[in-house]
Design a protein around this ligand. Structure first.
Ligand SMILES: *[C@@H]1O[C@H](CO)[C@@H](O)[C@H](O)[C@H]1NC(C)=O
Ligand SMILES: *[C@@H]1O[C@H](CO)[C@@H](O)[C@H](O)[C@H]1NC(C)=O
Ligand SMILES: *[C@@H]1O[C@H](CO)[C@@H](O)[C@H](O)[C@H]1NC(C)=O
Ligand SMILES: *[C@@H]1O[C@H](CO)[C@@H](O)[C@H](O)[C@H]1NC(C)=O
Ligand SMILES: *[C@@H]1O[C@H](CO)[C@@H](O)[C@H](O)[C@H]1NC(C)=O
Ligand SMILES: *[C@@H]1O[C@H](CO)[C@@H](O)[C@H](O)[C@H]1NC(C)=O
Ligand SMILES: *[C@@H]1O[C@H](CO)[C@@H](O)[C@H](O)[C@H]1NC(C)=O
Length: 479
């Protein structure tokens, strides 16, 4: 979604800042991780540089450009983002928020041979993708906002309309479903030629909203009718490993309805991931499906640019995003969580908070929202399984994961204003080592040097500051 006026603000809890000086030592709380209680398997965390935002990185002078890429993808010193969501263009040009199509000259009929054009650029997204590959990123989500205009009922790629050929359409030019499937496959082949393997493919964005930019409307039955064409087309192109994504609704409740409609159509076995945005309806629970669910786009579209960690709990605060990630991973059962745009300039959209990093006049500025994401993304690696964790008492919220390398990850949010001393035990595991990091008003994923492993194999020495976020990676003896 882009800047809209009708998005309800998250209700901000009216919390007064308490500034009482602390004399007594922090109360101790023990967290117990239960690796045998298993939940969803994580695919990763990510962002998009669609709408030409890739150029805000590409155009930075070295060494800043490399430093910014490192900050996004490095798993030792950066956020270690593991998923990139690229926009598949549908527009005649690549200016402002438009992304150019690989089929600028539309054929007159669906059967006519298409004249694809690859600019080796893709609105700057190819270059960012190639940098991600260098850092070991393996998950590339290619997502079309819409089909090119000549394939749609309204004749342009913006302003809604539907794909010609799906139920409820009757275009004089015919049925464009196969042509659209071929088009998406061709985009993946261009990326493959350029050294980037697309792993996930979406063909809609916010199909419940006729946006003034690239957009295409769809209900569940219409999406199913296209998926039945797309799935065999991928298979015939030796791309059966590419997961089909659906449907990027503006809100969790709308995606719940679409998910049920897809299920009723019997296409669940053809779908790799269910995808949704939580703009118009936030994540309150799991979607009604056994297919893995990704949250693929969210941000603060309204707040003015802020680098704060905790003010009053508004959507621009980093602390708020730690809590949002916690809820999505627990109640929401998501296997991936993607922020909207990693970078943006000062001029666009009144310098709002839809970016994690502001790029302005050759410099870049990192928000605390970025560090909230970094602590989850760097520690919880693709393939990690979420496991049970019991917090010792009120005030702490925790998630726990077992990575594919056997390490145990714990992310702890202190919802109170006072610091809490932490002890962490992993049932059945004597820790062999621990790394810990903290983000709060005065730390940006700072390593906690005092973290130690006791003789009993539990982890201690960690203070979680009031409204702070602490992440731990606990190595088991074999890891
Ligand atoms: C990531 O950062 C570490 C520490 O700064 C550095 O040693 C490593 O080379 C970086 N990785 C890549 C792929 O650049
Ligand atoms: C780019 O394409 C869009 C979508 O068709 C159009 O609205 C816009 O005027 C075009 N801009 C330029 C500079 O050609
Ligand atoms: C992509 O296009 C932009 C804008 O025309 C240009 O500045 C940039 O150099 C191009 N990049 C590549 C890799 O071709
Ligand atoms: C589709 O449109 C044509 C005219 O363009 C009309 O003859 C035909 O009956 C329509 N079919 C349906 C199913 O509406
Ligand atoms: C992409 O996939 C091809 C074919 O499976 C493989 O040979 C290649 O190494 C992969 N490239 C990357 C960068 O993962
Ligand atoms: C798919 O792979 C098979 C076996 O590797 C090969 O024979 C076939 O030509 C490939 N098809 C396409 C469309 O690339
Ligand atoms: C959570 O998602 C997984 C797939 O990632 C699914 O198998 C499981 O049924 C879901 N659990 C709930 C409670 O929805």
């Amino acid at each position: 979604m882009h800047l809209l006026n009708n998005i309800p603000l998250l209700a901000a809890p009216a919390l007064a800042l308490s500034v009482s000086p602390r004399q007594a030592p922090s109360p101790l709380q023990t967290l117990t991780v239960n690796p045998l209680e298993k939940f969803q398997t994580i695919d990763g965390f990510g962002f998009s540089e669609a709408f030409q935002r890739a150029y805000t990185i590409y155009n930075l002078a070295e060494p800043k450009r490399s430093r910014l890429i490192d900050l996004l993808f490095n798993t030792t010193s950066g956020a270690g983002f593991s998923i990139l969501r690229n926009g598949i263009g549908s527009s005649p040009n690549s200016s402002l928020d438009w992304m150019n199509t690989i089929l600028p000259k539309g054929p007159a009929s669906p059967g006519e041979k298409p004249d694809y054009v690859w600019d080796n650029n893709d609105s700057g997204q190819l270059w960012v993708s190639q940098q991600a590959v260098k850092y070991g990123v393996k998950t590339f989500y290619a997502n079309a906002w819409a089909a090119p205009g000549f394939m749609k009922t309204n004749g342009r790629d913006s302003g809604g309309g539907a794909l010609c050929g799906v139920p409820g359409t009757n275009c004089t030019t015919g049925d464009w479903r196969q042509a659209y499937a071929d088009y998406l496959v061709q985009y993946i082949k261009f990326y493959q030629q350029s050294g980037v393997n697309v792993t996930h493919l979406g063909f809609l964005n916010e199909p419940d909203y006729a946006a003034p930019y690239a957009s295409m409307l769809s209900n569940g039955a219409q999406a199913a009718s296209f998926i039945r064409v797309l799935h065999p087309t991928l298979r015939a192109a030796n791309l059966s490993h590419v997961h089909i994504a659906c449907c990027e609704a503006t809100g969790w409740n709308i995606q719940a309805k679409l998910t049920q409609e897809l299920h009723a159509e019997g296409v669940d076995p053809l779908i790799g991931i269910i995808t949704s945005h939580p703009y118009t309806d936030d994540i309150k629970g799991a979607l009604p499906t056994t297919i893995p669910v990704w949250q693929t786009e969210y941000s603060d579209l309204i707040g003015k640019w802020s680098t704060e960690w905790y003010t009053t709990g508004v959507l621009g605060d980093g602390y708020t995003w730690a809590n949002i990630l916690h809820t999505a991973l627990t109640s929401g059962n998501v296997t991936a969580y993607l922020w909207w745009l990693a970078t943006q300039d000062k001029e666009t959209n009144n310098n709002n908070n839809e970016k994690l990093i502001l790029v302005d006049q050759g410099e870049y500025y990192v928000s605390k929202r970025f560090w909230a994401f970094a602590q989850y993304s760097r520690t919880i690696r693709p393939g990690a399984v979420r496991v049970g964790v019991a917090t010792g008492g009120a005030g702490l919220k925790a998630t726990a994961f077992v990575n594919a390398d056997g390490s145990t990850v714990v992310n702890v949010i202190n919802t109170g204003a006072e610091a809490v001393a932490l002890s962490v035990a992993v049932t059945g595991v004597k820790a062999a080592g621990v790394s810990a990091w903290v983000t709060d008003n005065s730390n940006d994923m700072t390593a906690v040097a005092a973290a130690t492993v006791g003789t009993d194999g539990s982890v201690g020495g960690i203070n979680v500051p009031g409204r702070g976020l602490v992440s731990l990676v606990i190595n088991s003896p074999t890891a």
